[in-house]
Every structure is written in structure tokens, then in C-alpha cells.
Design a protein around this ligand. Structure first.
Ligand code: NZQ
Ligand code: ZN
Length: 380
């Protein structure tokens, strides 16, 4: 097991009708900037619950943080926050609104431009305290310090790290209104977060392996049930907790992490706009195929414990496990190849060229170069 430091300060408030607890979680004397997405919070009743809970607080609202939040939009929120001298920020929505909030919180006290903080987290100083009401289980952003921000002008999408939400409220009932496609993408994202901290070595931490396998087995069990009925409270709760646990550091203690599939996925989203979870569902099986020798032993462990693949030669087991993974993503209703999404080879070539110019080396072994990315993306 590798050395590690674990600290996660986010208070998690989970369960039905918990949004009303907002009023006592945020001190009365705070001036709160409430950040929203494009309108789902209004149509599903979450906005009304927030407004009721904060009716005696001093609030100002910012609407319009889009999926794959753009720095161009976030700059407007930063300006509003500065103008209003806010000293608390509340994100209401999915991972994009919360990721955007993380950048807003770090940029309000910062004298320079927000994008500088995305490119270099070491420039982050003071951060306005923030919290979230998470309405889309997927990113784990509700209990981690990461955020992924896009830049329209330069066509870039990068992760940066700041700090954790003070608290996050997760009411599974708020997810009933999610489009089925977003649920499918969220399940895929959660699954891939888990596997990117798992599919590395076989003998590093049996405990972390079983945490990760527990999440993947739960997703496998829950996915068809929530696809059939998105208002099944028990199953949506299971899914929501999986999403949080997959990326809050709990499965990462002492183990190596990969993230090549995510890094490639972010590039594909920057170039094509395809939703994050959908990119991962296509890329992961291709990454596993291209790195099958390096990852073979762990693929076999994963195949046996998650998909019950116990028969056949080493190669047959690896093939069957990759196929089972692909079938799982397909069963969610997601595309399993770029051709289904009409992504052209010329787009991939352009993307790979930019990665080559950056000299990227993704993955736990830092061996996923632009050439390997090309091989993976051609396979997609
Ligand atoms: O904008 P609104 O109107 O709110 O609608 C959103 C959006 O259109 C809608 N939605 C959210 N909750 C809803 C709802 N619709 C109905 N009912 C609800 N309860 O869903 C759409 C997608 O929302 P978005 O926030 O973009 O999705 P998600 O939570 O999957 O976030 C994706 C972003 O997170 C980044 C991704 O790269 C992407 O930019 N990630 C962040 C991570 C992190 N912070 O740790 C890690 C992840 O790997 C990921 O990269
Ligand atoms: Zn992700």
C-alpha cells in the first residue's frame, strides 16, 4: 500500500426533504450568492424549496451555468459576487453548477482572471466558503475538491483542484426529474470513477479493491431498476450514494490512480460537446483493450468478481470482461462507438495533434502518449 493522507471535511446531509435544513447550515449574517444552471431547479421544485429555506437570509441569484461550465459564463458570476460582496456561495444543480461554483469561490477574492486559476491551482489563495444541493448523482463534486472547467475561446477543458464544499445536501427525490440520458451518463461516470482508481495493481490494497467492487456491483444491480423506474426512492438513493462514494477519496487510500480514460474523455468533450459520461462509456473499453497486457491481471480480478467471468484462458477472460463492460454501458442506453455519435476521424486527428504538441503522458504509468490516445480513439 502506498503512503497517503486522507482528509474530507464535507458534511453530507442525505435523505428526503433535507433541503429545509439549509436555513440552519448557513449563518444568518451571510450574504449568499446562489448559483443555478439553466432552469431545471425551477421546473422540478428545488428552487421553491431553497427559496423557502432561505427566506430570512440575504441572497442574490446567478442563473445560467451550462453543462461543461464555461469560464466565460463564470466570469459574469464572479463579477456579480464581487459587486454584491458575497461571503457564502450555494450551488444548486448538477456537477457543472458546483464545479463552476468552485471556480467562482476561488476567483472572487482573486485579483486576476479566473482562467489563470484553472491553469495553475497554486495561484488559489482565499476561497469564499461554499456548499451544494446536488441534484445529479455522477461527478462526486459534492464531496471532493475538484472541478472541470471549459474555455470556449480556446476550446479547452481542464480539471483544477481547490477546496471542498462545507456541506452538501443530497435529496434523492430531486433526481426524479433527470432526463434518462443524464441518469445513464451519471451511472457510467460513477462506474468509471471507481474503475480508474481500481484497474491498476492486484496486490496493492484488498480493502480498497473490495470498496470499489462493492460500488461497481451495486451499480450493476441498481442500474436496470432505476432505468425501469426513476422514482424508486430506495434505488435512486443507492445510486446517489454510489456516485458520492466513487469520488470522495474513500476508494483511493493507498492505491495508484489511472485517469487516462477521463483525460481523453475531457478532450473529446472539448472538441465535440459530447456529454462527459457518454464519452467515458465509449473510451473505457478501448483503453482496457489497448492496455490489456499492462492491466491484464486486474482485468481478470474485476471480471471474476464483478461479472462472474471464471472460465477460459487468460485472453478469453480479458475479452469477455471488456465485452461485459461494454454491454453494461450499452444496457444503460448509451452509445458504444463514436460512429453512432457521428464523430469523424478528422476530429480525432486534430485532437491527437494538440495532445502531441502538449506532450501528454496520461495514466498511472504515464505511458499513454498521444500515439496511444490515437490508438484508443481509433478503436472507439
Ligand atoms: O442546467 P440545468 O437546467 O440545471 O440542467 C442540468 C443539465 O442540463 C440537468 N439537471 C441537473 N439536475 C437535474 C437536471 N435536470 C432535471 N432534474 C435534475 N434534478 O442535467 C444536465 C447536465 O448537468 P451537469 O451538471 O452538466 O451534469 P453532471 O453532474 O454530470 O456534471 C458534468 C460536469 O462535471 C465534470 C464533467 O467533466 C462535466 O463538466 N466532472 C466533474 C468532476 C468533479 N468535480 O470531480 C469529476 C467528473 O469526472 C467530471 O469530469
Ligand atoms: Zn467523470
Amino acid at each position: 500500500m502506498n503512503n497517503f493522507i486522507f482528509q474530507n471535511p464535507t458534511k453530507l446531509i442525505f435523505g428526503q426533504d433535507t433541503i429545509s435544513q439549509l436555513s440552519k447550515e448557513i449563518p444568518q449574517d451571510k450574504k449568499i450568492l446562489i448559483v443555478f444552471g439553466g432552469g431545471s431547479a425551477k421546473s422540478n421544485g428545488v428552487y421553491a424549496q431553497v427559496a423557502e429555506a432561505l427566506k430570512d437570509h440575504n441572497t442574490v441569484e446567478f442563473w445560467g451555468v451550462e453543462p461543461n461550465p464555461k469560464v466565460e459564463t463564470l466570469r459574469e458570476a464572479v463579477a456579480l459576487g464581487k459587486l454584491e460582496s458575497v461571503d457564502f456561495i450555494l450551488s444548486v444543480g448538477g456537477g457543472s453548477v458546483l464545479d463552476g461554483t468552485k471556480l467562482i469561490a476561488a476567483s472572487i477574492p482573486y485579483a486576476g482572471d479566473a482562467w489563470e486559476l484553472v491553469l495553475d491551482s497554486s495561484k488559489i489563495g482565499e476561497i469564499v466558503p461554499f456548499a451544494s444541493i446536488m441534484t445529479l448523482p455522477a461527478t462526486g463534486s459534492e464531496m471532493n475538491s475538484g472541478a472541470v472547467i471549459s474555455n470556449l475561446e480556446t476550446n479547452e477543458k481542464y480539471a483544477f483542484y481547490s477546496t471542498f464544499p462545507q456541506f452538501s445536501i443530497l435529496d434523492p427525490k430531486t433526481t426524479y426529474s433527470l432526463p434518462a440520458f443524464q441518469v445513464a451518463c451519471g451511472v457510467a461516470d460513477t462506474f468509471v470513477h471507481t474503475i480508474e482508481q481500481y484497474l491498476i495493481e492486484t496486490d496493492c490494497s484488498p480493502l480498497m479493491d473490495r470498496w470499489a467492487e462493492g460500488i461497481m456491483l451495486t451499480l450493476k444491480e441498481v442500474a436496470p431498476k432505476i432505468k425501469a423506474d426513476q422514482t424508486d426512492y430506495a434505488q435512486m438513493s443507492n445510486y446517489m450514494l454510489c456516485a458520492t462514494m466513487a469520488l470522495n477519496g474513500f476508494t483511493a487510500m493507498g492505491v495508484a490512480q489511472d485517469w487516462a480514460t477521463h483525460m481523453i474523455g475531457h478532450e473529446v468533450t472539448a472538441f465535440t460537446g459530447v456529454t462527459h459520461g457518454q464519452t467515458l462509456a465509449i473510451i473505457l473499453p478501448a483503453t482496457m483493450t489497448v492496455l490489456r497486457e499492462q492491466k491484464g491481471d486486474k482485468i481478470i480480478q474485476y471480471g471474476e468478481r464483478v461479472w462472474n467471468i471464471v472460465e477460459g484462458s487468460r485472453d478469453e477472460k480479458i475479452d469477455a470482461t471488456i465485452e461485459a463492460t461494454k454491454r453494461f454501458f450499452g444496457s444503460l442506453g448509451l452509445a458504444t462507438s463514436f460512429s453512432e455519435l457521428k464523430i469523424e476521424r478528422s476530429t480525432i486527428d486534430e485532437l491527437v495533434e494538440r495532445l502531441a504538441s502538449r506532450g501528454v503522458a496520461f495514466g498511472d504509468k504515464a505511458n499513454v502518449s498521444a500515439d496511444i490516445v490515437k490508438e484508443i480513439l481509433y478503436m472507439c
